[in-house]
Each structure stands twice: as C-alpha cells, then as structure tokens.
Design a protein around this ligand. Structure first.
Ligand SMILES: [Zn+2]
Length: 93
C-alpha cells in the first residue's frame, strides 16, 4: 500500500496539516481538517490529479489517524518582502 504525504492548507482555520492519501484507492479522497472543513483530492491510477473533485468517481474518507496537524502557517508576505528587500540591497551594492 502506497500512501502519499500531502500537505493541505486550510483557508478556514489557516492551518497546514498533513494527510496520508492512499494511492491504491482511486476516487475522491475526503480529508477533514481539525476545524471540520472538508478538503478533497482526486486519485486516478495511483496518482493525485490536479482535480479537487470528480463526480464520476466514488468518495473515500481519509482516516483521522492518517491526518496530522503540522503548524500554524507563518505570515508569508513578511518573509517574502524581507527577501526581496535583501536582494534589492545586494543589487545596489
Ligand atoms: Zn481547518
């Protein structure tokens, strides 16, 4: 059985969590965040497609034991602007 570690970002609670998606099961994989928000990943032929949902396929619920919360996300904009500023300063030097 192959399980893919998949990072999920939840817009509702702004948390990043990891779900282990069983690639041996084709269909919609329903992943529930700790806040209750439902995420979907579509697996076809052992691969996660870019689709969020495929109405032709059956739905599998990812087990709670295969979902783990990682962290509160850092604020991405501040580190990005910091990086750009350093780059700009280097260019001036
Ligand atoms: Zn959430």
């Amino acid at each position: 059985m192959t399980k893919l570690r998949s990072d999920q970002y939840c817009h509702d609670c702004q948390r990043v969590f990891v779900a282990l998606i069983d690639l041996s099961i084709s269909g919609n994989h329903e992943i529930q965040c700790v806040c209750g928000h439902i995420h979907y990943r579509v697996v076809v032929d052992g691969k996660v497609t870019g689709d969020r949902w495929n109405s032709k396929l059956q739905t599998t619920t990812v087990k709670k034991s295969d979902i783990s919360e990682v962290t509160q996300i850092p604020i991405p904009t501040s580190s990005a602007s910091h990086f750009l500023r350093d780059k700009w300063l280097n260019l001036q030097g």
